[in-house]
Design a protein around this ligand. Structure first.
Ligand SMILES: [Zn+2]
Length: 377
C-alpha cells in the first residue's frame, strides 16, 4: 500500500472572515499534529503539495456563467448580482482570493484523483477538500466549487467503473446527490443529522435516486443526540452490506467532523472514538480510499479527530515523543496517545432509547426499499 497526505501551507493565506466557522488553516494544524505523532514516518507515506486547478477543471461540473461570477468575486468586492449565485451571503462571503482558494482546494482534490488513477497511491487524505454543498451554478453551505463531483467524474473517466461515495459529515451531501442522482455508476451514501433540524433541510430516506440511479442514492437521517454507539451500529448495519454488494473500484469519502458533541453548528453527540471506528469500517471496505476533510467547526477537536483518522487510514498507532514531558514536568501516564482520544460519552437512558427507536425506523426503510435492488437479503 502507498498513501499520500495532500497539503500546502498556502491554505493558511485564505480566510472566509474572522467570525466565519470554516477555517482553511485546519489543514496546517492537522499536518503539524500528524507530524508530531510520527504519522508521516513510514516509507509508504508521502506528503504531496497541490497547485491550483485550472478553471477548465471546474467547468467539468460548474456553469461557465457561475465560474465567471466567482472570478469577479476574487478581488473581494461584492455586487448584488452575485447573490443570484449564492455569493455574498453570511455562509458564502465574497472574500479576497475566493476564486484562487476554491481552485486550490480543487487542485488538492484532483491531485488525489491523479495519484489514485496512476496507482501511485491507494489511500489519500486531503483535509481541505470535500465541499459537498456547492451546486452546478451556485455556492452554498460554505462551499464554492464542488471538488467531490469533479473528482468522481475524473475517476470515472480514468477507468474506474464503480465508485462508492460515503459522506459522514453532519450535513447532508446535497450537491453530490444532485450530480449523480440518475446514475448507477456512483453509489452515494450520506449519514447526516436529519433535514427537519439542520441545513440543507433535505436528505430524507425516500430520496433514493431516479431512472437508472434508483437505489443508488442512500440517505440515512440521524436524530439529534445520536451518539457513538447508535451511530456505529447503524453505520455497520447499512454501509457494510451495501459496499459488499456494490463492490466499488474505489471509495471517495467525505469525512467531515461536525458530528462531534462540541461542534457549534450541529446537534449530534459523537466522540472521536465512534468516529474512528467508522473510519476503520471505511478503510476496510475497499483498498482504494480518497478521503476529503469536509466540515468540522470545533477546530481543536477536528484536528485531533483527523489526526486519528490519518492514523487509522494507515493502520498506525500515533506515538508522541514528548509524552509525559511538558516544560520539563513529568505528567501522569496516558498523556500521549490518550491525548488524542476523547473521553467516553454516555447519553441518558431515555434519550438513548428514543435515538435508537428513530434509527431503527430509518434502517428498516432502507433495508426494505434499497437492499433488494442490490440483491441484499
Ligand atoms: Zn457539515
Amino acid at each position: 500500500m502507498k498513501s499520500a497526505f495532500i497539503y500546502t501551507s498556502k491554505f493558511d493565506t485564505y480566510s472566509l472572515g474572522e467570525h466565519h466557522p470554516f477555517k482553511p488553516y485546519k489543514a496546517t494544524m492537522v499536518h503539524e499534529l500528524c507530524y508530531r505523532y510520527g504519522l508521516f514516518n513510514e516509507p509508504w507515506i508521502s506528503i504531496e503539495e497541490p497547485v491550483p486547478a485550472p478553471e477548465e477543471a471546474a467547468l467539468e461540473y460548474h456553469s461557465k456563467e457561475y465560474m465567471g461570477v466567482l472570478k469577479d468575486a476574487n478581488s473581494g468586492s461584492f455586487d448584488f448580482t452575485m447573490l443570484e449565485h449564492g455569493l455574498g451571503t453570511g455562509d458564502n462571503p465574497v472574500f479576497k482570493g475566493v476564486y484562487d482558494f476554491s481552485l486550490l482546494v480543487l487542485g488538492a482534490t484532483l491531485l488525489g484523483t491523479e495519484l489514485m488513477a496512476s496507482r501511485k497511491a491507494d489511500v489519500i487524505f486531503s483535509p481541505v477538500g470535500g465541499l459537498h454543498h456547492a451546486g452546478y451554478d451556485h455556492a452554498e453551505g460554505f462551499c464554492y466549487i464542488n471538488d467531490i463531483v469533479i473528482a468522481i467524474k475524473r475517476l470515472l473517466k480514468s477507468g474506474f467503473r464503480k465508485i462508492l461515495y460515503i459522506d459522514i459529515d453532519a450535513h447532508h451531501g446535497n450537491g453530490v446527490q444532485d450530480a449523480f442522482y440518475d446514475t448507477d455508476e456512483v453509489l452515494t451514501i450520506s449519514f447526516h443529522q436529519n433535514g427537519e433540524t439542520l441545513y440543507p433541510w433535505g436528505g430524507f430516506e425516500n430520496e433514493t435516486g431516479t431512472g437508472k440511479g434508483t437505489g443508488y442514492n442512500v440517505n440515512v437521517p440521524l436524530p439529534e443526540y445520536t451518539d457513538d454507539e447508535s451511530y456505529v451500529q447503524i453505520f455497520r448495519s447499512l454501509y457494510t452490506p451495501l459496499v459488499q454488494a456494490f463492490k466499488p473500484d474505489c471509495v471517495v469519502a467525505q469525512i467531515g467532523l461536525d458530528t462531534l458533541k462540541r461542534d457549534p453548528l450541529t446537534n449530534l453527540r459523537l466522540t472521536n472514538n465512534g468516529y474512528t471506528e467508522v473510519i476503520e469500517e471505511i478503510r476496510k471496505s475497499c483498498p482504494k480510499v480518497l478521503a476529503l476533510g469536509g466540515g468540522g467547526y470545533s477546530v481543536p477537536d477536528v484536528v485531533r479527530g483527523w489526526t486519528l483518522a490519518w492514523a487509522v487510514l494507515n493502520d498506525l498507532k500515533p506515538y508522541d515523543p514528548y509524552q509525559g514531558l511538558v516544560s520539563g514536568v513529568m505528567l501522569p501516564q496516558g498523556q500521549g496517545y490518550e491525548d488524542l482520544r476523547d473521553p467516553p460519552y454516555h447519553l441518558a437512558e431515555k434519550i438513548r432509547h428514543d435515538v435508537q427507536l428513530y434509527l431503527k425506523g430509518k434502517a428498516d426503510y432502507i433495508k426494505e426499499k434499497i437492499f433488494p435492488l442490490h440483491g441484499i437479503r
